[in-house]
Design a protein around this ligand. Sequence first.
Ligand SMILES: *Cc1c(COP(=O)(O)O)cnc(C)c1O
Length: 495
Amino acid sequence: MDLWYKSTRDSGMKISASEAILKGLAPDGGLFVPERIPVLDVSLEELKDMSYQETAYAVMKQFLTDFTKEELKDCINKAYDEKFDTEEIAPLAKVGDTYFLELFHGATIAFKDMALSILPHLMTTSAKKNHVKNEIVILTATSGDTGKAAMAGFADVEGTRIIVFYPKNGVSKVQELQMVTQTGSNVNVAAIHGNFDDAQNGVKAIFEDQEFAQELADKGYQLSSANSINIGRLVPQVAYYVYAYAKLLANEEITDKEEINVAVPTGNFGNILAAYYAKQMGVPIAKLICASNENKVLFDFFRTGTYDRNRAFVLTSSPSMDILISSNLERLIYLAAGEDAELTKELMAGLKDGGSYTVTEEMRAKLADFVPGFASEGDTAACIKRIYDKTGYVLDTHTAVAAHVCEQYRRKSGDSRKCVAASTASPFKFARSVLTAIDSKYEAMDDLALLHELQTVSGVDMPGAVREILDAKVLHTLECDAGQMKETVREVLKI
Ligand SMILES: *Cc1c(COP(=O)(O)O)cnc(C)c1O
């Protein structure tokens, strides 16, 4: 059965999955959503024996109904190959009483690889299906991890260009080096003088600028987005929650239909929304534990029903979650509003104009599966140390936020369901924060020494993704003000 997509701000719209992937964001500023969330048509029993690629196919075919079987399998096989350093693609590590779903075994050692290694293939396939002749220009704002993963994914992919904007002082050293050393004749990256929200707002404004779109079209370009607002990012992410549940079953860690909880370190709300979609597809997930760092706008929202971005932006040791506007939340708001596009539009206008909105009590009641929590910087560091001292397993800072909130929830609620925590980055990406959390003696060491030290401490070899940037050449030095992003796009495209 065909599944169509509409905008969260316009229920009358009806486009195919491939068109939604190409467009990225709806022209009205809304996000594309499927007209219904499909239910899995294979049993968990069958899924138990499937590889990651087979699971991804079983999930994605139900969302991307205008892709042929060959097209989709081809995209999946090109994405989930030796770029990942384990055949399992997303292995589960049982540490204490938590199962860490390691989503960082791809090319850039963060969970963004799970979706961004397939998005370029979904996009070029979509372009072919829709007879697109223009060159596709991917515009992306990044809080650190998306940028590199998108650049790696799109590098030298024919018919595409990519321009990434990141906050100059808002990413880790490794993250910045990863981006500025990226090769590929079609990749560009600019550091903006501002924070992630400035970058994201700038990209959104460019997408909403119809005049600019026309100007680009006249020159043979069209814009698309690799940000997690693209449905082509969200859909592949649903797969690993299905996979994790099936593997727990296969390993007899849980019994048939046993409910689990999922804890996700959250920023833009894409990863946890994918878990929610997995639940709607029929995976027995009870609670979705939404873990924030000190930028706890989501914690406050789930507690009070008011989303309020009017607050100080905090730079933390988990920079990929330093976000005050969680774009993907709009998709959940839309569902909670009973798919009322007008109401969603009104609430989002409130966010844009005054920086806040409040949902109705009825809507709040529909969000009861979400358990919000947050970790302070101290909590995060203490969690890394506690788990390391107890088990020898080293968490990255983002994953530690989720682990802390998960432990806190378990203690306070007495909920003893098994918990899968999304492990979103390799600790090597945030070696300084991770090691100084374990022992303050590391403060004096330089970044390179820390990477070597972390090998010893964790007993894990330095991932290839880190090794290769150590002496790679800096290829990108572009910087711009937050208000100048459109001009930067012109400059890069030479128009
Ligand atoms: C992007 C990112 C997150 C946040 O994920 P969202 O989908 O934006 O909520 C968490 N941890 C890491 C390491 C990330 O790169």
